[in-house]
Design a protein around this ligand. Structure first.
Ligand SMILES: Cc1ncc(C[n+]2csc(CCOP(=O)(O)OP(=O)(O)O)c2C)c(N)n1
Ligand SMILES: [Mg+2]
Length: 275
């Protein structure tokens, strides 16, 4: 897919995130909307995956460490053909496979159980190292959030990833500057974040995480890089595409009500013409 087609797909994925959240009456809005472009680029262009064979040994793995972002994971998987788009409306319902935090292998394409922040970062390292030791050519991408960088565990993982030169691994941190209780800068500042990753001997890149052409270019470069693990700092706008949700931490864990969802969908639909 070219960048234009990918951006349109990301818009559709965002619309289904809104539809699932309003139906669920609970869940996370801001993070999933902000990361939709990166997630779309991974599932539709960069990762070597096939929804017909979701557990193929040599598939690339996409680990969602910030499990609360799962509305965008589910929406991307459904649009990619892993399960019907209509199932998205079962988000967070009793007996649904699509729970508020993802569960390992319950849903085709879901590679890890998520929720406790930090764990997926270590898990992705273990996966990548094991694949490398086995001679499996699969590549591992790990999506992580900025609030998650406050967990000590992630720094242990970066330390080890660099030591063992785990170069079949790219971390993508969603630097959206919000977390559950407020702006990152107020709750627990991370700066100078890029310098910290460099000091951990990671191959650090930055991208505008809401510019599809740039996202694709950066992810491609990351996958080609040899010798060290890669860290992509993706600068995104939380709530991207829905004006009243953008850059407002209060949308961290809140779904739109019926009227807000209608407005959100209207805005997203109108934006398609400008893509
Ligand atoms: C180990 C752990 N501690 C606390 C939480 C509760 N929690 C869920 S999301 C979240 C905020 C994390 O920040 P971020 O992912 O940057 O938030 P967002 O950008 O989605 O608003 C917290 C503290 C958790 N899931 N896991
Ligand atoms: Mg955040």
């Amino acid at each position: 897919m070219n960048a234009h087609e990918l951006a349109l797909t990301a818009n559709s994925i965002r619309q289904d995130v809104i539809k699932a959240l309003v139906e669920a009456k609970s869940g996370h809005s801001a993070g999933p909307l902000g990361l939709a472009d990166v997630v779309t680029a991974l599932y539709f262009e960069i990762a070597d995956i096939d929804p017909k064979y979701p557990w193929k040994e040599t598939r690339d793995r996409i680990v969602l460490s910030c499990g609360h972002y799962c509305p965008v994971l589910y929406s991307a998987l459904a649009h990619r053909g892993y399960f019907p788009v209509s199932e998205l409306l079962t988000l967070r319902k009793l007996n649904s496979r699509l729970q508020g935090h993802p569960h390992l292998r319950c849903v085709p394409g879901v590679e890890n159980t998520g929720g406790p922040l930090g764990q997926g970062v270590s898990l992705a390292l273990g996966m990548a190292l094991a694949l490398k030791l086995k001679g499996n050519p699969a590549y591992v991408f790990c999506l992580s959030s900025d609030g998650e960088q406050q967990e000590g565990e992630v720094w242990e993982a970066y330390n080890m990833a660099a030591k063992y030169k785990v170069d079949n691994l790219t971390y993508i941190v969603d630097y959206n500057h919000i977390q559950i209780d407020g702006p990152i800068e107020e709750v627990m500042p991370l700066e100078p974040l890029v310098d910290k990753y460099r000091a951990f001997n990671l191959n650090v890149m930055e991208t505008d995480g809401n510019n599809m052409a740039e996202v694709v270019k950066t992810l491609r470069k990351a996958k080609e890089h040899k010798g060290t693990p890669t860290m992509i700092v993706a600068h995104t706008t939380p709530g991207k595409g829905v004006s009243f949700m953008e850059k407002d931490y209060r949308w961290h864990g809140k779904p739109p009500n019926v009227e807000e969802a209608a407005r959100a969908l209207q805005e997203l639909e109108a934006a398609r013409e400008k893509i």
